[in-house]
Design a protein. Structure first.
Length: 199
């Protein structure tokens, strides 16, 4: 009987010990486990946000690369300023390439277009054969910088006897498009009491 009673006490002691161990090791650490779970959820959300931000950045970066390529092309087609020496070089190269002799070239003041870009009018006097003139006009039309022939006057200058080729004298008015706009001078309003002098 005593053995059974001591066995029962031993079992009760073991159950109590297991309960105390479970209480101290598991139950007391349960709030910490909950906190860790909350932290884990926060970290996951932060990671998802970072991944989303990186994906958005890569998308925007890809768009920017495409746009920057387009901007480079636009800057080549439509120069940022009316660079007269560069235009002279281009037109001179096109004339040489197409066997046209430029006798005079002049620039008119920069003006606005209805498309929101600047126009630099260029006047050219030149001479050459009909075929040379045709090729020269085609080269202007397909030039990298946007150029547009507005007016053309043509007259026969002379005939080369050996080759039986007519040489034409012609004048061209060309509009060269640019991003630069004409500068507008703003005169400040006169102060009260000031007299405006007329010349």
């Amino acid at each position: 009987m005593e053995f059974k009673g001591s066995k029962m006490i031993l079992y009760l002691g073991l159950i109590l010990a297991c309960f105390l161990i479970a209480y101290f090791l598991i139950w007391l650490s349960f709030p910490e486990v909950k906190n860790n779970q909350k932290e884990l959820i926060k970290e996951r959300k932060t990671l998802e946000e970072k991944e989303s931000t990186i994906a958005e950045f890569q998308r925007i970066s890809g768009k920017y690369k495409k746009i920057s390529k387009n901007l480079k092309i636009i800057n080549q087609i439509l120069p940022s300023e009316a660079d007269q020496p560069l235009i002279l070089i281009q037109l001179g190269a096109l004339a040489t390439q197409n066997k046209v002799e430029i006798t005079n070239i002049s620039f008119s003041p920069l003006k606005n277009s209805d498309k929101g870009v600047g126009i630099l009018p260029v006047n050219i006097n030149a001479k050459g054969s009909y075929l040379a003139l045709k090729n020269f006009l085609e080269s202007i039309a397909t030039n990298l910088n946007i150029m547009e022939v507005q007016n053309l006057t043509l007259e026969v200058e002379e005939k080369v006897a050996e080759e039986k080729v007519k040489i034409y004298s012609f004048s061209l008015e060309i509009d060269v498009y640019t991003q630069e706009l004409p500068k507008v001078e703003i005169t400040p309003p006169s102060q009260p009491g000031e007299e405006t002098t007329t010349k």
